[in-house]
Design a protein around this ligand. Sequence first.
Ligand SMILES: CC(=O)SCCNC(=O)CCNC(=O)[C@H](O)C(C)(C)COP(=O)(O)OP(=O)(O)OC[C@H]1O[C@@H](n2cnc3c(N)ncnc32)[C@H](O)[C@@H]1OP(=O)(O)O
Ligand SMILES: O=C(O)CCC(=O)C(=O)O
Length: 389
Amino acid sequence: MTENQKNSSAAASRPWIIDTTLRDGEQAPGVAFTAAEKTRIACMLAETGINELEIGYPAISEEERNTIKSITGLHLPLRLTSWARAVWQDIEHAAASNTEGVHISFPASELYMELMGKNYLWVRQQLQELVPRAKKYFNFVSVGAQDATRADTGLLLDFIGDAAACGADRIRLADTVGIATPLSIIDLVGRLKSASPLPIEFHAHNDLGMATANAFTALEAGCAAVSVSVTGLGERAGNAALEELAVALSLSGKYTTRLDTGMLAQLCDMVSRASGRPIQSQKPIVGKSAFQHESGIHCAALLKNPLSYQPFLPEHVGRNDYELVIGKHSGSAAISHAYHAQGITLSKEESSALLTAVRKTAGEKKRALTTYELKTIYRLHCQTSTTIL
Ligand SMILES: CC(=O)SCCNC(=O)CCNC(=O)[C@H](O)C(C)(C)COP(=O)(O)OP(=O)(O)OC[C@H]1O[C@@H](n2cnc3c(N)ncnc32)[C@H](O)[C@@H]1OP(=O)(O)O
Ligand SMILES: O=C(O)CCC(=O)C(=O)O
């Protein structure tokens, strides 16, 4: 193994995690964070151990620049970058916001160049003009290939070569419309990485529900960095979710990050409230149902070993214990456990009678039963006239 290969595989095992909740996340339709919310989110992301924060788009307004400036003034222990189009005025606005780095976004597919009435010659000229100028104001200049997954690979290779020649520090490959699949990412990154003198970041979108898988795969394929957002908040169906990627990395046994997964529940809750986007019940990691169980076989096993039907314990992501709910699919172990928690020890016969009644009631009500309903069923089916519940 050459020295270069050793460095590259060491970097690959320590992925650089970029959070874009405050940029792409806020681009989610109808979402607008206040300055105070942006500051709180940035601080909590820093506490969670994110390496880099794409903090916003300074060209939007003076208010946005002031918010970004006030966050840069906090000197959080992570790199802050701001987003810019391939337009000098955007970069000037970013410079006025005092972020350490800037990300300059270019159209990479023929479709996007055409939409702008441009061609690759224009892209190259902009790279040559903007990147060296930006380097005078920023310690770190990243350049983005928008719509990279629909772009011609030859053009992408030119883009990477030109960006490197102009002094860019990193390339972002964006799956702008979320059409990549893990195998296509392995193929694309494989072809670009061997020819790229620059570290590559992958930016996923979730239009096909593959954003986290694609982001994880991009790291497996050799990308040095990935961008994610809290709860996957972002354009349309969103981005790769920070909480999903963080846990996948922590369980993989292959990657070292400085992420504190114990912060994830709190972080997602805060972003959900600030964005006005409730967390779906079945959302991985932080959804209400992610640690709820009803099926009899699962509950019986979980009562013996909490890892039997869960990939990790809820505490790993800062949540309280898992929850067993009683419903149509319950079995006797779960039923006995639920009544025991109410101070009632069931005999075998009682548990069997209650199981039938519980299943019937839950089926009719089309939901899990409450403690009150369980007590009522007990009264109806087991309680003698002398027993007081
Ligand atoms: C995939 C992504 O996430 S890209 C990021 C998306 N984010 C945003 O759009 C941020 C919020 N947007 C805005 O505040 C505004 O749209 C602005 C400030 C960017 C531009 O506003 P306007 O000047 O009114 O232009 P408008 O929104 O109508 O159109 C976008 C313009 O940006 C140009 N543009 C788009 N991408 C790029 C790029 N990467 N580099 C340079 N110019 C670009 C378009 O060609 C178009 O230019 P035109 O007005 O000369 O036709
Ligand atoms: O920063 C870039 O270049 C990419 C922007 C983006 O969010 C995307 O293309 O999905």
